[in-house]
Structures are given as structure tokens and as C-alpha cells.
Write a protein of this length. Structure first.
Length: 165
């Protein structure tokens, strides 16, 4: 995290205990920033509709995280979209020159041309803030990029969204 705004966004998604742990670590690493963050948290807006205070509903006990999207690299995007839509019942929800997104119910398949970034997986976990220093996207979703030990990119988000929604 780079500065006060990043730490503030991150702290907003933690419970009181998590915030105190964050503050303790920050006081050791950067006392001045820790004080600025404490001041910001003490003076935060308490309006429940304020974007950074919007949290997903807690996960029901025993419910697993949810796979919501995966991405594949394809050599010919138009042919790939045609193949998937001919062989499966799905909806094309987004398509441009280099990417296409197909909806299989609630799960999205993103097709990317060879030039695009490597394949990735998107998983919904309401506990994303506890996994590491996540960031709030412009659509209000808290997200964290992870890389597994084999180099695969995993985006963890606190709630699912659909393109264009």
C-alpha cells in the first residue's frame, strides 16, 4: 500500500480487532502514517451509504468461496466465441477486438487474444480484506490480486459483479 488512502480503504473493511492489528504494525513501521490513519478513522464519515463503508453480507457458516469467472487465451477470438456459443448455452455479455465475456449462468468465461494478459480466475470471498492489502475498485468491490505458487493470477473480490452492471 502506498499511502493514507490505501490504508484507510483497507482499514474500512476490517473489524475493530483487525484495525487494531493493522495500527500496531503501522505504528512500528511508520508512526507518522499510523497517526494520520488514526485521525482519519476517528473522523470518518459515519453515513452507512458512504461507498467505503459498504461491506458484503457475512458468509453463512460452512459456505465455500464462489468461482465467478475464469479467463482463457485463444488464438482467434471470433472463432472461439462462435465455438463456445455453438457448443454451449451461454450469453455473450461483452466483446471487443481482443476480449469477449460469456455468461454461463452466474459464472463468466473471459476469452482473451494471445496478446492479452495471462489467464486468470476470479473468486468471491467475503473475507478478502483478511487475505491481504486489498483495494476498492471504482464499482465499490474490494479486490485483491494473488499469484499462486505456479504463477496463475487469482483475483479475489468481496462480491460478484457482471460486465456492464
Amino acid at each position: 500500500m502506498d499511502g493514507l488512502d490505501d490504508y484507510f480503504d483497507y482499514a474500512m473493511d476490517l473489524d475493530e480487532s483487525g484495525r487494531e492489528q493493522l495500527m500496531k504494525r503501522l505504528r512500528e513501521d511508520d508512526p507518522a502514517l499510523a497517526q494520520r490513519l488514526r485521525d482519519a478513522l476517528d473522523n470518518m464519515v459515519t453515513n452507512r451509504d458512504f461507498l467505503c463503508q459498504s461491506k458484503p453480507a457475512p458468509r453463512p457458516e460452512g459456505q465455500p468461496d464462489q468461482l465467478v469467472a475464469t479467463a482463457l487465451r485463444v488464438g482467434d477470438l471470433r472463432r472461439a466465441v462462435a465455438w463456445y456459443t455453438e457448443h454451449f448455452v451461454c450469453e455473450v455479455v461483452q466483446q471487443d477486438e481482443q476480449t469477449a465475456t460469456l455468461a454461463f449462468g452466474e459464472v463468466l468465461l473471459r476469452l482473451r487474444s494471445w496478446e492479452q494478459e495471462t489467464p486468470a480466475v476470479c473468486i468471491v470471498s467475503p473475507d478478502v480484506a483478511e487475505l491481504g492489502p486489498s483495494q476498492r475498485r471504482s464499482d465499490g468491490v474490494r479486490a485483491l490480486q494473488l499469484t499462486d505458487p505456479w504463477g496463475n493470477t487469482i483475483e479475489v473480490v468481496d462480491r460478484a459483479t457482471r460486465p456492464g452492471a
